[in-house]
Each structure stands twice: as structure tokens, then as C-alpha cells.
Design a binder for this molecule. Structure first.
Ligand SMILES: Cc1ncc(COP(=O)(O)O)c(C=O)c1O
Length: 393
């Protein structure tokens, strides 16, 4: 095993030298957005629990009741030990929110993308993918053994030019994009991509992990005004604004039926724990009942950006571009000293030279803390950042 350890040690050394080595830091979450780390209480601006539903009494109660009644784990795949009726209820609720025939729930958002794309696309087919799409969309596309061609970020004209050139060489074409981009917070031009897909007989898939619950009145990025986008494959996660865990695809009855028959991450993976399913249903109740609450994370992000003199965000994700990995780590450490947990995002999660702080805003962030953080980012971080970072903003 000596060569294995030598390999691992050498690789870790490479990561260390380029400030790209990661380490897990013990951190416990408390109600609200406070976390405990190294005995200190910090206010977190890096959690995707946008509506703070992971600690909502009704969501917790739903999970506890399901856990008492049905136990902890699901025991086996839905096709082996039977489909829990709560799953059907959750799928119907997701489909209603997303205005599709039906839905299919997965073990996680990552598993959803690994299952969906290879079930629809294969060798000889084409996946046209936004260059900044999430790692799991790329992973799903790679698993499908299709040809993968990236288009420039949110650039519909580039995607159009690529399709004009390539469409005739492929039987089936999937256009894959994030709805809300996880590291930049911008929203894909879904209505234009939908029209493009229609023109070229391609299938549009959006990963709305960061859209559900927080944009488009809580219904996600394809419902952002002024027009609703026709996206036949609406994938997302239960693990962010819903405060639970799991993933989903909302689509037509035929597509969902095919996915249930073909997606290996549904067939060969244990079903979601009933407590998670019950929690997600309770979270959807809150989002459907209270769109004003769902609007709060974006309002807080906008207030922050105004005070920090950053461009106005369109989602609760606000990037502060700093360029080099070391600069982003330094800024993150500085904010931690000031009582804020703000994660530094480095390559390969983002392209080289675009390391950043990534801030996520949630419904319950206290306004005075948002103001204090904005002042620190403006006067102590951005004021000292290189001009190139300010231009990239
Ligand atoms: C855009 C995007 N898609 C998918 C995922 C994966 O979702 P999950 O955490 O449920 O596996 C994430 C999250 O990490 C994400 O940001």
C-alpha cells in the first residue's frame, strides 16, 4: 500500500502549494443562522438553508412524527421494499408547484443529475452545457457517454451557433444549465434557451437547486417574471430552501415513467428516509402559503449589495470576486475574526483566477448584521482588492 499513500501525499502536497487543499472544520448549526466553531459563535452567510426551514418547528415536527411512525431509513430501493406513500404525496406537491404532470424524487440533487441524463441521452447524442453549470450536471453528462460541448456562460447566441453547426450530427440533444447559478447567483436566460431548444429540436434541462423556494414567487427560476419559461426537465433539490434532503425531477408523465424505469440512481439506490420526505412536504406547505416569506432572502441580498456597492443580485447568492485563492482565504479568515462565517470558493469549484467569497442570504439574517458585514466587505476587503477583481465583479 506504500505507493498508494505516496500518491495521496504527493497529490495533497500539490493542492497545498496552490492553496487548494480543503479541510473539514467541525461546525455545529444552531437555530437561526448561528454556528459554533472552535468554541466561538459565528453568524453564517454560507448556508443554502435560504428560508431557515431546517429549524422551522412545523418542518421538524413533520420529520419527527414520520420518524416515530415509519422508522429511520427506507430499508431498500423503492422498487424492492415498496414505494412509501409519502413519496407519491411529495411528488404530486412538487409537480403542482412546478406545473408539470408529475415528478420523481431522488436520494439527492447530485444523484438526480447522475440518473436523469444517462437515462435520456447516450452515445452519439450531444449535451450542450453552460460552461458554469454545476459539477453534477457535468458528471451526469459524462456518465451518459454523449459528446459534451460547453457554451459560453448564459450566451444564447453562442449556444445557437453551436447547435446550427452540430445539431445534424446527433440524434438527440440535451441543453443543460443551472437555473440559478450556484457560485455566481445569476439566473439562466431560460425563456430564450427554451425557444432555442424548440427551434433545434433539443431538450432543455434546468437544475434549479438554488431557485426553488427563493425566486419566481418561490416556484423557481423558470417562473421569474416577466415570462414563464417552458422547461420540460425541471430538476432540483430538497436540500437547500426546503431545509431537508433529496433531489427531484419535475416533467411529463411519460418522461417521469421512463426515468423511474431507467435512472440507475432511482432503481439501485435506497429510497429517501420517510422523515426527509415528510419534512420536504411541510416545507412546501410554508413556501406555497407564504410567498412574501420566500421573497425575504433576495431582499436581504439586495440590501447587502447596495451597501457593499456591488451589482444588484437577482438571487440570494452574492459573489465577491477576489481573483486569487489566497486572497479569498485571507478575506474569509478576516470575516471569521469579525464573527462571520463566509466561505472562500476556489478552483476547481470556480474557474482559475476567479476565487471569491460566496455569500448566501436567508430570510432570518438580522438586518443590522447584514449592514455590518456590508461595511466590512466594502471598506476592508474590496477597498484592498486588485483592480482586476473589481472589474470582474
Ligand atoms: C446547482 C446545484 N445542483 C445540484 C446540487 C446538488 O444537490 P444536493 O446537495 O441535493 O446533492 C447542488 C448543491 O450542492 C447545486 O448547487
Amino acid at each position: 500500500m506504500q505507493s498508494l499513500d505516496e500518491f495521496a501525499t504527493a497529490k495533497l502536497g500539490e493542492l497545498e502549494r496552490s492553496s487548494l487543499r480543503r479541510a473539514l472544520v467541525d461546525t455545529t448549526r444552531m437555530p437561526g443562522l448561528w454556528v459554533l466553531r472552535d468554541g466561538r459563535q459565528l453568524l453564517s452567510f454560507c448556508c443554502n438553508d435560504y428560508l431557515n426551514l431546517s429549524h422551522h418547528p412545523a418542518v421538524k415536527e413533520a420529520a419527527i412524527a414520520a420518524l416515530r411512525r415509519y422508522g429511520v431509513g427506507a430499508g431498500a430501493s423503492r422498487f424492492v421494499s415498496g414505494n412509501h406513500p409519502l413519496l407519491g404525496e411529495l411528488e404530486a406537491r412538487l409537480a403542482r408547484l412546478k406545473e408539470t404532470d408529475t415528478a420523481c424524487v431522488f436520494g439527492s440533487g447530485y444523484l438526480a443529475n447522475l440518473g436523469i441524463i444517462p437515462a435520456l441521452i447516450g452515445r452519439g447524442d450531444l449535451v450542450l452545457i453552460d460552461e458554469l453549470a454545476h459539477a453534477c450536471l457535468w458528471a451526469g453528462a459524462r456518465l451518459a457517454h454523449a459528446e459534451i460541448v460547453p457554451f459560453r456562460h448564459a450566451d444564447v447566441r453562442h449556444a445557437d451557433a453551436l447547435l446550427t453547426e452540430l445539431r445534424r450530427h446527433h440524434r438527440r440533444v440535451l441543453i443543460a444549465t443551472d437555473g440559478v447559478f450556484s457560485m455566481d447567483g445569476d439566473i439562466a436566460p431560460l425563456p430564450s434557451l427554451a425557444a432555442l431548444a424548440q427551434r433545434h429540436d433539443a431538450w432543455l434541462m434546468s437544475d434549479d437547486a438554488h431557485g426553488l423556494g427563493v425566486v419566481g414567487g418561490g416556484r423557481g427560476s423558470n417562473f421569474v417574471a416577466p415570462s414563464k419559461a417552458d422547461v420540460p426537465l425541471q430538476m432540483g433539490t430538497l436540500s437547500k430552501a426546503l431545509g431537508a434532503y433529496g433531489g427531484y425531477l419535475c416533467a411529463s408523465a411519460a418522461v417521469v415513467d421512463l426515468i423511474r424505469n431507467r435512472a440507475r440512481t432511482v432503481i439501485y439506490s435506497t429510497g429517501l428516509p420517510p422523515a426527509m420526505v415528510a419534512a420536504a412536504i411541510a416545507a412546501l406547505d410554508i413556501i406555497e402559503r407564504d410567498p412574501a416569506y420566500a421573497a425575504l432572502p433576495l431582499a436581504k441580498a439586495k440590501a447587502f449589495a447596495r451597501l457593499a456597492r456591488l451589482p444588484e443580485p437577482v438571487s440570494p447568492i452574492v459573489p465577491v470576486l477576489l481573483g486569487e485563492a489566497e486572497a479569498s482565504l485571507k478575506a474569509s479568515r478576516f470575516l471569521e475574526d469579525e464573527g462571520f462565517l463566509v466561505v472562500a470558493i476556489r478552483p476547481p469549484t470556480v474557474p482559475m483566477g476567479t476565487a471569491r467569497l460566496r455569500l448566501t442570504f436567508t430570510a432570518q439574517h438580522p438586518d443590522h448584521e447584514v449592514e455590518r458585514l456590508a461595511a466590512l466587505v466594502r471598506t476592508r476587503i474590496l477597498a484592498h482588492a486588485p483592480a482586476s477583481a473589481a472589474e470582474a465583479q
